[in-house]
Write a protein that binds this ligand. Structure first.
Ligand SMILES: Cc1ncc(COP(=O)(O)O)c(C=O)c1O
Length: 290
């Protein structure tokens, strides 16, 4: 995946090779910062406002005050796509740290946050979107503030690695038997025409694609019940799917080697995938090609 040459650093556009990290950068030393990953289709952001709102919410939760207003940052991010002549499917990674200062756990005073953002090409993964993916289950060992999109991702990284080592795409996380979310996505169970998913408490990230799904189900008149399901419920599920900016809405066809429902992507998942493509203004239609 190639990084496009122009990156945003604070409020300047610079070449990617000229970004310099100071030794004492709080993101590097403490993971003291927040981030966002935003999907780009045909050179346009998808769910940009939702991501920006969440970035400012996450920053506020750990008392980082960005130097730019939301409106200013939005303009910079739009300009970043212009400067890279973006016309393809890609993703933006943006990070905000508390800043650079002599190493001390206590928040430094009078220090400006460090911001950078770059764009990387990312074609849609049509094969997993069509066929679905296998996943594993894994204990959720993360902290109690998972609603903050914090840079501290070691438990997520470890869970995803375990999924990979088991030939799987994702790890479904559970706490006290309740399914919270996945290592890098939200997860939903379908039973008797209803969708169940964990409520948006502090224990999960409120996904931007989930926010879009909350709109789709209203139009499609599919009940979405914000009630955590149990690991045991998966054996009885008709369908299971996950959502994130990079995975879109991906069907889950097996969990820990046991097939979900009839082992194929389900009807409700397909309807939501179609709604997603419409909402994101995606020209090629995945569903028509299944
Ligand atoms: C832990 C976690 N949950 C959920 C999501 C989905 O969020 P979004 O739909 O905003 O990409 C992500 C995305 O990276 C994530 O890391």
């Amino acid at each position: 995946m190639s990084v496009f040459p122009v990156i945003l650093s604070q409020d300047k556009f610079i070449h990617r090779d000229s970004l310099k990290f100071p030794l004492e950068e709080r993101a590097l030393q403490f993971g003291d910062g927040v981030y966002e990953v935003i999907r780009i289709y045909n050179g346009n952001y998808y769910l940009l406002d939702e991501h920006l709102d969440r970035l400012y919410r996450s920053a506020e939760a750990i008392k980082i005050k960005l130097s730019q207003s939301k409106k200013e940052l939005k303009e910079l991010l739009l300009e970043l796509l212009n400067r890279n002549n973006m016309v393809e499917d890609a993703k933006l990674y943006m990070q905000v740290s508390r800043g650079s200062a002599p190493r001390d756990h206590v928040y430094p005073e009078g220090v400006e946050p460090n911001i950078y953002a770059y764009v990387q090409s990312l074609p849609r993964n049509l094969s997993t979107l069509k066929s679905g993916v296998p996943v594993i289950t894994h204990r959720d060992i993360r902290w109690e503030n998972c609603y903050i999109k914090s840079l501290n991702l070691l438990p997520n990284v470890m869970a995803k690695q375990e999924a990979k080592e088991n030939g799987c795409y994702e790890a479904i996380l559970h706490r006290d038997g309740h399914v919270t979310e996945c290592s890098a996505s939200n997860v939903y169970l379908v039973k008797d025409g209803r969708i169940y998913t964990h409520p948006t408490t502090r224990n999960i990230l409120h996904g931007c694609v989930r926010m879009a799904i909350e709109r789709f189900v209203l139009e499609l008149q599919i009940p979405l019940i914000e009630d955590a399901f149990l690991i045991e419920d998966i054996a009885e599920a008709d369908e299971l799917f996950l959502s994130s900016s990079t995975s879109e809405i991906t069907p889950v066809v097996s969990v820990d080697g046991r097939q979900v429902g009839d082992g194929k992507p389900g009807t409700i998942t397909r309807k939501l995938q179609a709604a997603y493509e419409k909402d994101a203004n995606i020209q090629e239609n995945l569903i028509a090609n299944v």
